[in-house]
Each structure stands twice: as structure tokens, then as C-alpha cells.
Design a protein around this ligand. Structure first.
Ligand code: SF4
Length: 487
């Protein structure tokens, strides 16, 4: 079952679907080999990246992420320096230490294949891992029983994908946005995934109508309601600690972003702007004006996404491309809001997470599926609703803020120049943070529902995304990605 806190994950940049997802998939694959006691018999690993992962994977660090995952590293724990150093090591030594336990020869050019013209039918971000076991042709078929790991216990009793045939074992994974991954069986059963080991949540919801209706009916705030749902798998203290840890990492990423200077990696020669913007704005007479405080929120958001682009530690919120928007608004609230307490910060995170869930459940947070409206648009919607909540907004005002933010993000395409999460991504976070603040203030002025409901706009976002041409969906084949000279 999806929970509000699943909309956030602590990890490294620059992309949730192109860095974190593939790293988790690679890690899951080698763990599967280890669980079946064949890891030490692997003689070669072949990684096939398809569609969007092949087209923009280089700029998003996909290859580096896969290498790290195969070596047993997890995005939530690895330090940036360790992550980056792995590539040089593999290039120099042509060796990969699978799960940190078993060394094989590895040739980057031959063992990682980019299929730029080919998309797997299930999703634009597809990958296939093939393990060659022992001497090819000299091995009997081995049956695998797979215990799927996204909180679901499927019994896979038919698939040939669970057998090693002629010394090979392969598995396909899909990175479906926000760092979530599924395998081939799971992607065909996405709507049916239920974890039988947990009690059902007391307040299940999938739509905004259901969420806000339940809050109204039971006299709960959005944050209180999703906390009750989280309690089926965590304690109250765990929920609070997790929220405060997310706040801490978000605020640390802001601090790093407004200090760290230099040029971002990737070859676009994008100079970090946040430190310069911050030093110009963070002076007494400027920082006291409401207008300049919003500009500071932009600098905070820009700083976080510059950290993200430099493989820094950020919170996926709900993706890495959009990792700056919510921290930008959070930092604005901490510095300039009134009556800020730890409880309010917990409410901020849980409210944002609840709104993110609605998009994940009924639409998508994958730019490869729906364009940038699914990343920056969703982050803006989450941030506007969260700020409205902690500024004392009613349920109607919170829903309205979330709706306005997406209504005016509809149709936003994904067109990263050079396939890097830098231009227009970084600035887009700053603009979204500033918009979220204005939208929250606008929503707080009125307490009547608008003509367009939050559910209407979520449905429209999904339809718009489906109608969008593939070149505007994380392929770097359209929009700014082709109209700006990449020098
Ligand atoms: S344009 Fe938007 S969706 Fe595309 S990579 Fe940048 S932030 Fe992500």
C-alpha cells in the first residue's frame, strides 16, 4: 500500500527515474542472484537500457547508477564521492564486484547496451539485466520462485523469466517515476498490488474527493488522516521521526545549495547561481520584503536542484528533477512563517505527501509518461497544499491550492537540454516554489471550492500526458532540448 511518506526518499541526484530507479533495479537483480545462490557462478552481466533511459541516461548518470547498484550500493546510503569514484575504478580495472562479493570482468562498451531507438512496450524507462551463469550451454535449467519486493507477494508459477536457461538468467525492470521500480510481472498488475501481510488502512483513499471527504467526516486534518494510515506499518514516533529526517535533509540540501559554487558536471558549463542570488537577496532591507522573500525561496529551490545536478544528497520530492520545489517552500516557511514548530513541519511533509499520493495513484509522476507536469507540476501542487495547511488553511483551501498549482502546470513538457537535469529543470524548480507560495496565499483568501476540482485536474493531467508526443517526455528530442545550441 502506498503511504504519504513513500512520496519522499533520501538519495542522490540527478534523476529519480534515470538514476535512483536503475540503481535500485540493478541492486535488486544482484540480490535476486544471491538469494538463489548463483551469484558466485556469474561470469558476465549484460545491461540493456531502452528508450528514455538510453536517450538521456548518460546525462542522468544512469550507467554510473547501474554500476553502483550491481556493486551492491543503495541510493539511500551511498555518499556522492563513493558513487562518482566507482566509474573510474570500473574503467581502469574493467572489473565489477557484484554485490561486493563476487568479481567479474566488465567492459562498459560491451556490457552496457543503449537501445536508443527501441522502447519496451510496457514503459518508456525499461531495462533488461542478463546474468550469464557458469559455462554457457553447460548448465541445466534452474527454477526460480520470485518473491516480489514492492510489498506484494505474487506467486509466479508460469513465467520462463524465472528460469536459468542455457546458462542465462534475465529480468526486466521499469523505472516508473519517483525512484519506484517494478518488474515485468508487477507492471502488468500495478492496479492490483495489495500487501496481504498488513492490516488495511483505516482511511483508504484514491481520489481527492475521498481524501477530503474522509477528513471532513472524521474531523481530521489531512496530516492526521495519513498518519493514521501510516500507523498500520509504523509507530507514531517513527512517522514523526521520518518526517523530521526528511525536513533535515531538505534543509541541509538548501544550505549546501546556497554555499556551493562552481560549474555543474555534464558538459553544458552551467554555472551554479544559487550562492550569488542568495548573497544579493539575503541582506536586511531586501529580505524583509515579501516579494524578496519569494525570490529567496527561488534561490533555495535553485540551490537544491544545483546540488541534485551535481550528484548531491537530496530528497526525491516527488522526483529528483523536482527535488528543489518543496524544500524551497519549506525553507521559506521556516524562515519567514509565523508560529513555526516541529509539529507544523511534520504536518507540512505529511500534507505534501498526501497530495503526491493522489497523483501517483490516479495519474503519474513519471516525466517519461506525462512530461514535466508530472514532476514540477506535482511538486508545485504538493508544496502549495502543504504551505496552505501550515498557514491555517481549511480543507477546501488546501484542495484548492493543490488544484490551482496543477491547473496552471498542465501541458508542461519535459525537454532537458543535453539530457541533463539542469536547463530548464533547475530554474523551473525556483519558479514553481515562488508560484506555490503565491498560490497558497491566493487560496487562503477564499473559502469556496473552484469550478475545477482537484480530481478533475489530476484526470486532465494524465490525459494530457497521454496525448503528449514522445519527444516531450524525457527523451531530450523536442522543445528546448533541440532548439538551444548545446555547446
Ligand atoms: S524538464 Fe522537468 S521533467 Fe524533464 S528532466 Fe527537467 S525537471 Fe524533470
Amino acid at each position: 500500500m502506498l503511504g504519504a511518506l513513500d512520496m519522499f526518499a533520501i538519495g542522490i541526484g540527478p534523476s529519480s527515474s534515470h538514476t535512483i530507479g536503475p540503481m535500485k533495479a540493478a541492486l535488486q537483480f544482484v540480490k535476486l542472484l544471491a538469494a538463489k545462490s548463483v551469484l558466485t557462478q556469474v561470469v558476465r552481466i549484460e545491461v540493456n537500457l531502452y528508450g528514455s533511459l538510453a536517450l538521456t541516461g548518460e546525462g542522468h548518470g544512469t550507467i554510473l547508477a547501474v554500476i553502483n547498484g550491481l556493486c551492491g550500493e543503495s541510493p539511500s546510503k551511498i555518499e556522492s564521492e563513493v558513487f562518482l569514484a566507482k566509474m573510474d575504478l570500473v574503467k581502469q580495472q574493467q572489473v565489477l564486484n557484484l554485490l561486493g562479493q563476487h568479481q567479474i570482468t566488465f567492459n562498459l562498451e560491451q556490457d552496457i547496451l543503449l537501445h536508443k531507438q527501441e522502447f519496451l512496450p510496457e514503459h518508456a524507462n525499461g531495462m533488461r539485466f542478463i546474468a550469464h551463469i557458469g559455462n554457457e550451454g553447460g548448465m541445466e535449467s534452474i527454477d526460480f520462485v520470485v518473491n516480489h519486493s514492492l510489498g506484494n507477494n505474487f506467486t509466479d508459477d508460469s513465467s520462463d523469466s524465472n528460469k536459468i536457461v542455457a546458462g542465462k538468467f534475465s529480468r526486466e525492470y521499469f523505472s516508473i517515476g519517483g525512484g519506484f521500480i517494478v518488474d515485468k510481472e508487477q507492471i502488468t498488475h500495478l492496479g492490483e498490488m495489495v500487501d496481504d501481510s498488513l492490516a488495511p488502512p483505516p482511511y483508504p483513499f484514491e481520489t481527492a474527493d475521498e481524501l477530503f471527504g474522509l477528513c471532513e467526516q472524521h474531523g481530521l486534518s489531512v496530516a492526521q488522516l495519513v498518519t493514521q494510515n501510516e500507523l498500520i506499518r509504523k509507530s507514531d514516533a517513527d512517522v514523526r521521526d521520518e518526517c523530521l529526517q526528511i525536513v533535515e535533509v531538505m534543509r541541509a540540501s538548501v544550505q549546501h545549495g546556497i554555499i556551493n559554487e562552481g560549474v555543474l558536471p555534464g558538459g553544458l558549463n552551467v554555472r551554479r547561481r544559487a550562492p550569488g542570488l542568495y548573497s544579493k537577496l539575503n541582506v536586511p532591507h531586501v529580505a524583509e520584503s515579501a516579494h524578496d522573500q519569494r525570490l529567496l525561496a527561488m534561490a533555495f529551490a535553485i540551490g537544491v536542484n544545483e546540488e541534485n545536478a551535481a550528484f548531491g544528497r537530496v530528497v526525491t520530492a516527488p522526483t529528483n528533477g523536482s527535488a528543489g520545489t518543496i524544500p524551497g517552500v519549506l525553507e521559506y516557511y521556516v524562515r519567514y512563517g509565523s508560529g513555526v514548530t516541529q509539529d507544523k513541519l511534520v504536518d507540512f511533509i505529511l500534507t505534501a505527501g498526501a497530495i503526491g499520493m493522489l497523483y501517483k495513484l490516479r495519474a503519474s509522476i513519471s516525466a517519461a509518461e506525462v512530461g514535466c507536469q508530472g514532476e514540477i507540476g506535482v511538486a508545485c501542487s504538493m508544496a502549495a497544499a502543504a504551505l496552505t495547511a501550515v498557514m491555517g488553511g481549511s480543507l477546501i483551501q488546501i484542495a484548492k491550492a493543490a488544484e490551482i498549482a496543477m491547473e496552471h502546470s498542465l501541458g508542461m513538457t519535459c525537454d532537458p537540454i543535453g539530457g541533463l537535469v539542469q536547463v530548464p529543470c533547475i530554474e523551473r524548480n525556483g519558479v514553481a516554489a515562488s508560484r506555490a507560495i503565491d498560490i497558497a496565499r491566493l487560496a487562503l483568501l477564499e473559502d469556496t471550492p473552484g469550478i475545477v476540482s482537484l480530481d478533475d485536474v489530476i484526470k486532465t493531467m494524465m490525459q494530457t500526458g497521454k496525448d503528449m508526443g514522445v519527444r516531450y517526455k524525457e527523451t531530450a528530442l523536442g522543445g528546448l532540448a533541440v532548439n538551444v545550441v548545446n555547446c
